[in-house]
Design a protein around this ligand. Structure first.
Ligand code: CAA
Length: 379
């Protein structure tokens, strides 16, 4: 970490311990998202880190954002993922939006006054994202959106939604376009809120569009570019999901070591049993591998060499590690690890979905394998 990253990390450690940690148990139980926590993160400059200063961002890089998300995730994966998805939306608007769109939507997002959401999945199109059915029919002055989106992170609390819908009549990826949709637009309503195993503070909702009129100026980039916009967004998002997984894993290891040192059985601390030492040594090693992959892919991105293969590797490795490490943490804590008295059961629940969102880990392997083929065949 450079000096700036150390400073960002220290600031966030203080913030999460004072502002987030005291509410975690009750808020996780009540599934309660606190907008004031997000706004305060914005005041500290954490909600628009990678965006240019012109639009209210901090002008920093993905290595800085990953450092921050890793630290935030130690207390709350839910707030970390809200920041990460909202930043992905901002990056998409910044990359593909025109000047007017950027001026209109970015400042409220970068400052943390508003949250952004990314809307690709539908009930019948998850991994096969290009099979989406939602339509955007061209009408005078704009488009009519019809259909629904599923499993939308920050659905209901976000104000700006990037929504992928089909503008062409065929079923190919080339007939998908991306739209900027605002909360409150006529014909846009919220469907059911999902009851989830983890990520309980971050709401996940269905979005329903019924003859929702979207003015022409809310089309992002041009017609037919929506799938590429979505894929480019996910290339960045997958790195940040990896960073969140590293933070979760670090917390799980920390809780494991602390507990193992303090718990005595057979007249010695359980840390001194070699069986547990090996487990914790493996956990620490896997976490370091994950962190290096995440930071390497973030650095490549910052240096102007975005690498989707590496981003997928980072997401795959770090989220599989988070699942393994958090499960082992529950094992090390034993009976109390399975109760809500300690945070490790929450970490284990929160880890699972990291292997699913922003492309399942099977899809990450597809992306890695396709890139391997491309590298070897120049196709
Ligand atoms: N960047 C830019 N363009 C890309 C791209 C990328 N990374 N990957 C593919 N494309 C382009 C291709 O070049 C191709 O364009 P051309 O025809 O002009 O060459 C076009 O997109 C179609 O590509 P494919 O034929 O490779 O598409 P596919 O249908 O085979 O799908 C896939 C590829 C990788 C499986 C993709 O569907 C995928 O990533 N699926 C997973 C979806 C996903 O991650 N969903 C997550 C939901 S969002 C979420 O979870 C966020 C949240 O809220 C937490």
């Amino acid at each position: 970490m450079n000096e700036l990253q150390k400073e960002l990390k220290n600031q966030l450690t203080k913030f999460r311990l004072q502002e987030i940690e005291p509410h975690m148990e009750t808020d996780d139980h009540a599934e309660h998202f606190r907008m004031n926590i997000f706004t305060k993160l914005g005041e500290l400059g954490f909600t628009g880190m990678t965006l240019p200063e012109d639009f209210g961002g901090a002008g920093l890089g993905y290595t800085d954002l990953c450092t921050a998300l890793t630290e935030l995730a130690k207390s709350s994966v839910s707030y970390a993922v809200t920041v990460s998805v909202s930043t992905m939306v901002q990056a998409t608007l910044n990359q593909f939006g025109n000047e007017k769109q950027k001026r209109l939507y970015l400042p409220a997002l970068t400052s943390g006054h508003e949250i952004g959401a990314f809307c690709l999945s539908e009930s019948s199109s998850g991994s096969d994202a290009a099979a989406l059915k939602m339509t955007a029919k061209k009408v005078e002055g704009g488009y009519l959106l019809n259909g629904s989106k599923m499993w939308i992170t920050s659905g209901g609390i976000a104000k700006t939604y990037i929504v992928m819908a089909r503008t062409g009549s065929d079923t190919s990826a080339k007939s998908i376009s991306a739209f900027i949709v605002r909360d409150g637009m006529e014909g846009f309503t919220y469907g059911k809120k999902e009851k989830k195993m983890g990520w309980k503070i971050s709401p996940t909702r269905e979005l329903v569009f019924s003859n929702c009129f979207i003015p022409e100026e809310n089309l992002l980039s041009s017609e037919g570019n929506g799938f590429k916009i979505a894929m480019a967004a996910l290339d960045k998002g997958r790195i940040t999901i990896g960073a969140i997984a590293v933070g979760l894993s670090e917390r799980a290891l920390d809780e494991s070591v602390k507990y193992a040192l303090s718990r005595e059985q057979f007249n010695q601390s359980i840390f001194d049993f070699q069986g547990l030492q090996f487990m914790m040594a493996d956990m620490a090693t896997e976490i370091e591998c994950s962190r290096l992959l995440v930071m390497k892919s973030a650095k490549d991105y910052d240096n102007g060499y975005p690498n989707p293969k590496l981003a997928s590797m980072a997401k795959l490795k770090s989220t599989d590690t988070a699942m393994k490490v958090s499960t082992d943490a529950v094992q090390i804590l034993g009976g109390v690890g399975y109760t809500q008295e300690y945070p490790v059961e929450r970490l284990m629940r929160d880890a699972k979905v990291l292997q699913i969102v922003e492309g399942t880990n099977q899809i990450q392997r597809v992306v890695i394998a396709r890139n391997l083929k491309k590298e070897h065949t120049n196709q």
